[in-house]
Ligand binder design. Structure first.
Ligand code: FAD
Length: 160
């Protein structure tokens, strides 16, 4: 099995899109991520997975906390900014949730403290204990499927 085949297989799993945010010495850093999962209800735990080449890796190791910002359909540009798909510097406004920077008007904001870290192959899994969250009644979620951004609207159109 080659890398392309593995990527294609994983891409068949449709996901939402998040921006992970953290702050180190007053500098806010964000990274687009779809490797995210709820882990446990009691205690409330989630997990993210960060690649070994991402600058976010050392930042989360240092801050020992991160926030997950679940993006809405109208926030595709933010996803592109934090994935490095838009190259020019853009000014993004943040607000605060439990002392962590979070993205304004994200569908959901979740602030976490890192309770465990597991290096697995070329990624590191960070288990986060949820310390606060805020749900917004926003628009539909931004989706990612087969390596492309999509939306509930588009998937509904495809079925009809
Ligand atoms: P950089 O490449 O340094 O930063 C990323 C971009 O964010 C830069 O353009 C930077 O200017 C901008 N940025 C950062 N902070 C700010 C700020 N405060 N204000 C304005 N702009 C800012 N990678 C993973 O490791 N795990 C995943 O689960 C994952 N899922 C992904 C899902 C999708 C849908 C996509 C498109 C990509 C995913 N990636 C994932 C890849 C990852 O988003 C990119 O490799 C990213 O560029 C790595 O970011 P970095 O931390 O190295 O930071």
């Amino acid at each position: 099995m080659d890398d392309r085949q593995f990527r294609n297989a994983m891409g068949k799993f449709a996901t939402g899109v998040n921006v992970i945010t953290t702050e180190v010495d007053g500098d806010i850093h964000g990274m687009t991520a779809n490797a995210f999962m709820s882990v446990s209800l009691d205690p409330k735990l989630v997990v993210i997975s960060i690649g070994e080449n991402a600058s976010m890796l050392e930042k989360v190791r240092k801050s020992k906390k991160y926030a997950i910002n679940i993006l809405s359909q109208s926030q595709k540009e933010l996803s592109m900014i934090f994935a490095g798909q838009i190259k020019e510097d853009r000014n993004v406004s943040f607000e605060s949730l439990a002392d962590l920077p979070v993205i304004k008007e994200a569908n959901t904001q979740i602030s976490c403290e890192v309770v465990n870290e597991y290096v697995e192959g070329d990624h590191t899994l960070f288990i986060g204990k949820v310390i606060d969250l805020k749900l917004q009644e926003c628009s539909d979620p931004l989706l990612f499927y087969k390596g492309k951004y999509t939306s509930l609207e588009k998937t509904e159109e495809a079925v009809m």
